[in-house]
Design a protein around this ligand. Structure first.
Ligand code: ATP
Length: 640
């Protein structure tokens, strides 16, 4: 069931009291573990730096109370030198510490990103059809960076503050315990405000993340070829700008609020610190006047220690909230990593043995609205997202129902049926883009769920209506099918696909950048590039979705010539829109409302005078006038 809100924390109640569970911390530690040696270095550096900083007030005290009254020039020189040398050394230790904590933080980012990328990649097609790409990018970027900050920012700050506070307290207590307790007495005055501010800042920062994500999503949807084309064609620029301006305005308002909340708090901290300082000078002065044990140097040293007492304490007052806030990023990353894989290798999956190419559907039913392990792995949109939450699904409708057929090795099967009948769905089930809800699909008798996805991908070449080319060179796009293909193999594939002349004529040849989604090429050219890619892959089973749009006869002739040898050698399952394909098919499968209603050859089906005969009369027969009947299938296709 897809819930309207609260998909594994995507729209989790952000104001709920933060909870730092041991389980979460242990899991975070799991990612930090490989860097434990570096973490020990960092901790060591923090202690050394704090000890060095703690020496400064003691040097000043020795200057005032010993070197000056005793007119000891040697000591004066030494102490003055110390006032320079110690901060210099402290600076070096600090740089060293930051370098190592950066290595740890960046290392964890890399590991988390790779884990996330790998997991999302293995999610099923259902996941991608329900998820905005902007949301995924945001998980890979913002949340992973947030996780890094939790380690190199919050956790390191926490440790530094605890160390600074402990060492400062020990030194101050040893100097004068009464004065120390008095200086600490003002602390409750800012612990409460600190906690409140921490919570408010946390809420605002979560709202900022959401507002930024909404703004980014709009940019991603409208600032690309397809999106901008749509905006232009409908003349929606002013409306889009207005929407963007509103979203950007929200980001601005939250930024201003966040800046103000922080400032107000620091004013309070400053005031409280001033009160503590006043107490120290007043009581210290009193003690220095009335006793001989307390001297001017002690007062100055005390005053110098105060910021090192108040600063860490103020930070630690809201540390729990800070830590929980920064761990939210880890939680969000883990939520994605925990999404169940709908289509995955079975634990005992074996690679498909060399494939002959028999494809069998056995009582296969499939519904797009199926649920996986009680919950569909879908990212619900964020709060305030224009599209709103996905509605709970209550009923199920079969896209394919009780479908059984066998295609023998090397045969050509044509899928025919009205729009929305389920033809595309059948072709999606074969490479396991989805798994059947009921029944089984077999290749050479092997249930697809028992073989490895990698070997299945090797066996099947899928060519869909919509071409997709990466924004890269032609060479990179072609070699995507077979990275180790030689230059000669690549050129041979392009020759077979009748695209080599065109590529050779380009100034950059195979190094031409295809443009986003291949916009640089015409529909027919893209189809031939796509065919070359499948020829390079050389699968045993070919799945084609013929394009319904028509090309000029020259382009069509080139494509037909490219496909003939490709289809002749392998099992082909084709969503047929061409008369030539259905005439050449060994078996025609007629699908209506997800069910196989008729099957047989062209003449057998015509004789039945059923749905096929009607489709033939209304769709395919018209092509007789325009296209010659080819002996071999000659569809127009584009590949995915
Ligand atoms: P056409 O010839 O128009 O491409 P088709 O025969 O290929 O149609 P399918 O795309 O397989 O039909 O669709 C079968 C049914 O499943 C249709 O009712 C369609 O609305 C539905 N459907 C397809 N894809 C999804 C999806 N991702 N989620 C939900 N329903 C879907």
């Amino acid at each position: 069931m897809v819930h309207g809100s609260g998909w594994w924390g995507f729209t989790r109640d952000t104001d709920a009291r933060p909870d730092i569970s041991t389980r979460l911390l242990m899991r975070v530690w799991g990612y930090a573990r490989p860097y434990r040696k570096l973490i020990v270095y960092v901790l060591g550096a923090i202690v050394v730096k704090t000890l060095l900083d703690t020496m400064m007030p003691l040097i000043v005290r020795a200057l005032i109370d010993t070197a000056i009254p005793e007119k000891n020039f040697a000591l004066l020189n030494l102490l003055a030198l110390g006032l320079v040398a110690i901060p210099a050394l402290g600076g070096l230790v600090d740089v060293w510490q930051r370098r190592h904590s950066a290595i740890v933080g960046e290392g964890i980012i890399r590991d988390l990103r790779c884990a996330l990328y790998g997991h999302i990649q293995r999610m099923s097609l259902r996941f991608f059809t329900h998820t905005k790409s902007g949301e995924l990018i945001s998980r890979l970027n913002n949340d992973v960076v947030g996780s890094q900050r939790a380690i190199t920012g919050t956790l390191i700050d926490l440790i530094t503050n605890v160390v600074t506070l402990s060492i400062t307290l020990v030194v101050m207590l040893s100097l004068n315990w009464r004065l120390t307790l008095l200086a600490a007495a003002v602390l409750p005055l800012f612990i409460l405000p600190a906690q409140r501010v921490g919570r408010t800042l946390r809420r605002i920062s979560r709202q900022q993340m959401d507002a930024n994500a909404t703004m980014t999503a709009q940019m991603q949807e409208t600032l690309n070829v397809s999106g901008s084309l749509l905006v232009k064609l409908f003349g929606r620029e002013p409306e889009e700008l207005a929407k963007f301006s509103e979203r950007a305005g929200k980001v601005r308002d939250l930024g201003v609020r966040s800046a103000l909340v922080g400032r107000g708090f620091f004013v309070v901290v400053g005031l409280v610190a001033a009160m503590g300082t006043a107490v120290v000078y007043w009581l210290g002065g009193y003690l220095a006047i009335t006793t001989t044990t307390f001297q001017v140097g002690d007062i100055v040293a005390f005053a110098m220690y105060l910021p090192r007492l108040y600063g860490p304490l103020a930070a630690l007052a809201s540390a729990r909230v800070d830590l929980a806030t920064s761990l939210v990023s880890f939680e969000r990353v883990f939520e994605v990593l925990d999404l169940p894989l709908e289509v995955a290798d079975a634990p005992d999956a074996r690679p498909l043995p060399p494939v002959a190419g028999e494809v069998a559907f056995e009582s296969v039913s499939f519904s797009y609205l199926d649920e996986v392990a009680g919950e569909t792995p879908i990212l619900t949109p964020r709060e305030g997202d224009a599209s709103g939450p996905i509605r709970p699904i209550t009923s199920r409708r079969w896209a394919v129902e009780d479908l059984s057929f066998v295609v023998r090795p090397g045969q050509l099967a044509a899928l025919v049926g009205p729009s929305g009948a389920g033809k595309t769905t059948v072709t999606y089930l074969l490479p396991r883009l989805y798994d059947p809800s009921q029944g089984a699909i077999r290749i050479d008798g092997h249930d697809l769920r028992e073989v490895t996805l990698a070997s299945l991908a090797d066996a099947i070449g899928m060519v869909t209506q919509e071409s997709f080319l990466f924004h890269d060179t032609l060479r990179a796009n072609l070699l995507f099918a077979k990275p180790d293909a030689t230059e000669a193999e690549m050129m041979a594939a392009c020759k077979a696909a009748n695209i080599d002349d065109l590529i050779s004529a380009l100034p950059d040849g195979y190094d031409t950048i295809v443009g986003e989604r291949g916009y640089r090429f015409s529909g027919g050219e893209k189809q031939r590039i796509a065919i070359a890619r499948v020829i390079l892959k050389d699968p045993r089973i070919l799945v084609l979705d013929e394009a319904t749009s028509s090309l000029d006869s020259e382009s069509e002739r080139l494509i037909q010539a490219a496909l003939e040898p490709l289809m002749a050698e392998r099992t082909s399952i084709v969503i047929a829109h061409r008369l030539s394909t259905i005439l050449a098919a060994d078996i025609i499968l007629v699908i209506d409302q997800g069910r196989l209603v008729e099957h047989g050859t062209h003449s057998e089906l015509l004789a039945q005078d059923g749905l096929y005969a009607r489709l033939y009369q209304t769709q395919f027969r018209l092509q007789e006038a325009t296209a010659p009947i080819a002996a071999v299938a000659a569809p127009m296709i584009s590949e995915n």
